[in-house]
Design a protein around this ligand. Structure first.
Ligand code: GLU
Length: 304
């Protein structure tokens, strides 16, 4: 498999670099608006313990919403199934930052990956502590999963989002008005903006995602039962309003972020990280999605 996998990745990377339409970088976080769109990287960590990459696989990018998978794993470890009293498990059919549904559903976000849901899971991770303690636990989890301590939070990106995060402030105060935040909204958001500002390379992200593969060879950060449930949520809700389209085209559980990264899981086989900062209209990486689609087809990887 290894020789073929490397060839496939090299070919995908060449084809992506020939692309004429890289999509648009997110500009609502000004710091992310500075990133050059014409970049691409892909890495695969296989169940045999190998790593394959192509493109700019050692360039760090902003993980943004991909970190919601890690905070969800930590929140489930803390609150167990009690978490589901506060957050739902259904695809939203609305944008990642839409506030409309939250009022209709009386402050219980649809799922843990829309912003409101992730703000609630961050509240659970915070658990009455200072943000720096919660962030230390979060970074500890990501670094242990990746077996790499050289993973950090970019404070400039967190500051940039804080200065322009009016919608997320609205979400947090709305949640608080329904009694669905236990910590002060400012502290929860400070923690949320910082974990979103974590920077990784595709190699580091593919390694960090191995705990979701559910293979004996990978780190057991959470139980197999929970791994399956996290994957189910990634498949159904991981791409916001584009989740159905992604499941149709790629057929793998995955989580995207507005930094242009995508973490995809081939259960029992591999963890994939793709990155290209230009986004499609749903806020998911345009070429990252195209690359995952090609890779899944060429390797015959699908959960179906
Ligand atoms: N920090 C971003 C926000 O809250 C994350 C969004 C995303 O990556 O989809 O808007």
């Amino acid at each position: 498999m290894s020789a073929k996998l490397q060839q496939v990745l090299d070919q995908i990377s060449r084809d992506m670099h020939d692309s004429h339409d890289w999509g648009k970088v997110a500009s609502y976080i000004p710091e992310l608006g500075q990133v050059r769109p014409d970049q691409f990287a892909i890495s695969v960590a296989t169940a045999d313990g190998d790593m394959f990459s192509a493109g700019n696989a050692s360039t760090r990018f902003s993980a943004q919403s991909i970190t919601k998978v890690f905070t969800l794993a930590i929140a489930l470890g803390r609150a167990g199934d009690q978490l589901w009293r506060r957050v739902g498990r259904e695809p939203s059919g609305t944008a990642f930052n839409s506030i409309v549904q939250l009022e209709h559903e009386r402050g219980r976000p649809r799922n843990p990956f829309v912003n409101a849901g992730a703000i609630v899971t961050t509240d659970v991770v915070l658990a009455g502590r200072e943000p720096r303690e919660a962030l230390a636990e979060f970074l500890g989890f990501v670094r242990a999963a990746a077996e790499d301590d050289d993973i950090h939070i970019n404070a400039d990106v967190a500051r940039s989002e804080t200065a322009h995060g009016h919608r997320n402030f609205a979400h947090a105060h709305f949640l608080a008005s329904f009694g669905n935040l236990k910590n002060p909204p400012e502290k929860v958001l400070g923690t949320y903006f910082h974990h979103c500002a974590t920077e990784l390379t595709t190699q580091q992200l593919a390694k960090a995602g191995r705990f979701l593969v559910g293979s004996n060879t990978f780190p057991h950060m959470v139980s197999l039962d929970r791994v399956r449930r996290l994957n189910a949520l990634m498949l159904t809700c991981g791409h916001y309003d584009g989740s159905g389209e992604f499941a149709y085209r790629v057929g793998l559980p995955a989580k995207s972020g507005v930094g242009g990264g995508i973490l995809g899981i081939v259960p029992g086989k591999a963890s994939i990280a793709a990155w290209s900062p230009g986004l499609d209209r749903n806020g998911n990486s345009k070429l990252g999605t195209a690359a995952m689609e090609r890779l899944a087809q060429e390797m015959d990887w699908s959960v179906f």
